[in-house]
Design a protein around this ligand. Sequence first.
Ligand code: 2AL
Length: 247
Amino acid sequence: MHLRVINPNTTAGMTRKIGDAASRIAAPGTQISATNPASGPVSIESHFDEAVSAVGVADEIRAGERERVDAYIIACFGDPGLLAARELTRAPVIGIAEAAFHMATLISTRFSIVTTLGRTGIIAEHLLQSYGFTHHCRRVRAAEIPVLDLEDNGASALDRVIAECRRARDEDGIGAIVLGCGGMADLTEEIGEAVGLPIVEGVTAAVKLAEALVGLGLGTSKYGDLAFPRPKPFIGEFERFSHLKND
Ligand code: 2AL
């Protein structure tokens, strides 16, 4: 089974970290490969960053289809381009936010999210609404760290995430915490030990869900809205998407 973990931002070091975390949790016999788009933002922390990165995600899915990848994980907590990605393949495509929400509801009745910057909290709130998890989430919290601080200032970023997780534990009346950034994929254990609550991290949760779906022989439905996009011309910079094959 070959799982492709797509980091939607263009920071190669973060892609490696995410791929390593996915490999550590994967079952024997699961092959993990991690990629990121060739162009796009170095981190995703706004609606604009998300919109641009979604095109890169589509390109990565198309590359994965040529390699016959068995399932895809979109490893950014806004799940950028998730439904578009599903239209482009029969394989399962799982976003790390939705993976974490599903897993958290299986082990707790209420969870809080601890993400990076406060301004990205609204993105998580929109996902909770559209996925139907609003009533399971008590609060979306932010450690107020830029995404790339998780790469460049690891120790102080970790301290801030742990401090916010402790506040969530003490104030929110929750049973679990969802980590709200792909760049936190390697921190689960350390945070769990420091906080003492179950910590659900999306990259690792998505690997296990992808393994389950592939094991069940389930892929993205091609009946209804997730069918391949109708082929048509694309003009200019996006000409490469012209006349996509419906296969
Ligand atoms: C993210 C994420 O997971 N990766 C990234 O670049 N931005 N989202 C976030 N809320 O921090």
